[in-house]
Design a protein around this ligand. Structure first.
Ligand code: ATP
Length: 587
């Protein structure tokens, strides 16, 4: 039986999943809690449609928010045998906007000069923004909030009336900033999204060509789409004169990207539009029942969710000596679990990168191998591919879980026309090289020299260029891991406890989870003041809690310490009371 048939058969066992899988509506929205099989359903539905209902040259676009989530979706679809090719797009919304909307249509619609779109690097954006602020504000004024305010308004595609609310000086800086980018033939992601929305909303030929090519659109994590991206989906999938179907999945209780302008209500708005078939899933297949029961206490509305696996352990432990003490509790927990659970199936989550690296130092000092996600360099398509190539080269197909054909397809997708046949042959030769002296850094250099660097810098991908440089630096510093196997293990995380922020754990699952630092001021963050910000902190914690399949430990001290050593005795996180893990405080 094929992997796709097997996956479809498991969906058959759940009446609601099956209803969504077989929905014949042109627009289907699946609202579902963590672990209820949203991504599984979306991958199976897309793979099945590609095999049975979509005939080339028509294709499909499968869109999600972040690079790791896109990588996971691509992996799941490939495992189901979904065909890959020029008419199937699987990637992030920003990659869709750049490669499928702006690059092919902006010049034809008269909205660009026809030059290649170059995305400004973080450094370029920062420097231009500083210049523009200096041109509008006097030196004496506190301008720290200006860039984030402008970013928020640009992400929400603010109307004239909304810009007026922001004030004339903010608007002037925003206009100057966009003008400077244009003069230097640069753009940024917010500019790209705004341009794509204009192209799709104002030009019928763009809508028609796009929907002829991508006759089905699949969106994972819909609740996290920023408003501009929601407008793109509306323009393509809610125009009855076009033949474009939508299959969207999401969970408003997992909306954690408020700073991008996304709102949890977007998914509710989608489901209340006419002609949308709404399916609500209620079984959490991931977490054992005790974890489901405790996690649901964090929500304001009872969703009547059930777990599908009995048992489970949820504990909160007081570490009275402070954060270092919490790390000791974590070490004890990892040691307790280690005989039964592979280390890579254990996650340690902290609210900030700083807490995560402190935890990694503590675990490593105790002799426990640990990997901090995104600590040294960003997970971009280029760095993730280099890690996967190293895994295949060192561990082989069986142990690495990587297939050469898929790696080459990913290589071609990344390099475009630069990945000609001789280039691919050189890559395979590099992967087959058995030189025992090869280090991680020499492998990285070899792969980058195979036109990877050139493709990234000429292809307008400054994030990948910066991330590749940081990847090299990670393996070339004086105390850096030098072995190629260290790089190879990075993609699977094999043999290492996985440490990451509560934001970065989204979409992942582990047998056991430890959440560190559940103290007021950290969870929720002291920076969250408004009710909207506090609600997002609660959702972030809910996402973290629901990553655990079997056991969950949450540590707290009842106080936090700021960088100057001052203690704040604000008590444990209120979420621990909410989950009924510690008694309610006296009011
Ligand atoms: N019908 C089913 N039978 C058995 N297992 C299932 C079923 N549906 C989903 N699962 C399993 O449940 C787990 C969670 O699935 P998946 O990652 O797709 O959930 P999700 O809803 O996308 O989660 P999240 O929103 O938390 O990221 C996976 O291990 C998946 O294989």
């Amino acid at each position: 039986m094929s992997a796709l048939s097997e996956s479809i058969d498991t969906l058959r066992t759940n009446e609601r999943q099956w209803r969504a899988f077989t929905s014949t509506s042109r627009r289907c929205a699946v609202m579902a809690p963590p672990g209820s099989g949203k991504t599984k359903l979306l991958a199976a539905r897309a793979a099945h449609d590609l095999a049975t209902a979509i005939t080339p040259p028509q294709g499909a676009a499968c869109i999600t928010l972040t690079n790791p989530a896109a990588d996971e979706l691509r992996r799941r679809m490939e495992a189901l045998g979904a065909r890959r090719g020029s008419v199937v797009f699987v990637g992030t919304v920003h990659a869709f906007v750049l490669n499928c909307v702006v690059t092919p249509f902006a010049a034809a619609a008269g909205l660009s000069t026809g030059h290649r779109t170059v995305i400004a690097s973080d450094a370029q954006r920062g420097s231009i923004m500083r210049d523009c602020i200096a041109a509008v504000y006097p030196d004496t004024e506190d301008v720290r909030a200006v860039p984030s305010t402008i970013a928020r308004f640009r992400k929400m595609l603010a109307t004239d009336a909304e810009w007026e609310l922001a004030g004339p000086r903010i608007r002037s800086v925003a206009e100057l900033y966009e003008q400077r980018l244009a003069e230097e033939q640069l753009t940024d992601f917010d500019g790209l999204v705004a341009l794509a929305v204009r192209l799709v909303e104002e030009h019928e030929f763009v809508r028609r060509t796009l929907t002829t090519r991508y006759s089905r659109v699949y969106v994972d994590e819909y609740q996290d789409l920023a408003p501009g991206l929601d407008r793109l989906v509306q323009a393509l999938c809610f125009d009855d004169t076009l033949d474009c179907r939508l299959f969207a999945v999401g969970d408003p209780d997992q909306a954690v990207y408020g700073w991008t302008g996304s709102r949890p209500e977007l998914l509710d708005e989608l489901t209340s539009r006419p002609g949308v078939d709404v399916v609500r899933l209620t079984v959490n297949y991931r977490c054992r029942e005790e974890i489901v029961r405790r996690s649901e206490r964090l929500l304001t509305v009872d969703r009547e969710l059930t777990g599908n696996r009995p048992g489970g352990e949820v504990r909160a432990e007081l570490a009275p000596q402070g954060f270092a003490d919490q790390i000791d509790h974590t070490i004890a927990q990892v040691r307790r679990l280690a005989s039964a659970v592979p280390l890579e199936r254990i996650a340690v989550l902290g609210s900030t990168h700083a807490l995560c690296s402190e935890a990694a130092t503590g675990l490593r000092a105790a002799g426990i191998p640990a990997r901090v996600k995104d600590a040294d360099y960003r997970s971009t398509p280029a760095t993730m591919l280099v890690e996967r190539l190293a895994a295949w080269a060192v561990l082989g197909r069986e142990s690495s879980g990587q297939q050469l054909g898929r790696l080459l397809a990913a290589w071609r997708a990344l390099l475009g026309p630069l990945a000609d046949r001789p280039n691919q042959r050189s890559l395979v030769a590099c992967l087959l090289d058995q030189d025992p002296d090869r280090t991680a850094v020499s492998f990285i250099d070899q792969v980058r020299a195979l036109r990877l660097d050139t493709a990234m810098s000429t292809g307008g991908r400054p994030d990948d260029v910066a991330a590749l440089a940081a990847l090299r630096a990670t393996y070339s510093g004086p105390a850096a891991p030098v072995e190629l196997v260290d790089l190879a293990n990075r993609s699977s995380g094999r043999g290492r406890v996985q440490i990451m922020t509560t934001l970065a754990c989204k979409g992942l699952e582990f047998d056991a989870v430890v959440i560190l630092g559940a103290d007021q001021g950290r969870i929720p963050s002291w920076l969250a003041r408004s009710s909207m910000e506090l609600a997002e902190e609660r959702r972030k914690f809910y996402v973290a809690v629901t990553r655990a399949r079997d056991s969950l430990l949450i540590t707290y001290s009842g106080f936090t310490v700021n960088p100057y050593g001052r203690r704040f005795y604000d008590g444990p996180s209120p979420f621990l009371h909410q989950m009924n893990l510690i008694p309610q405080p006296y009011s």
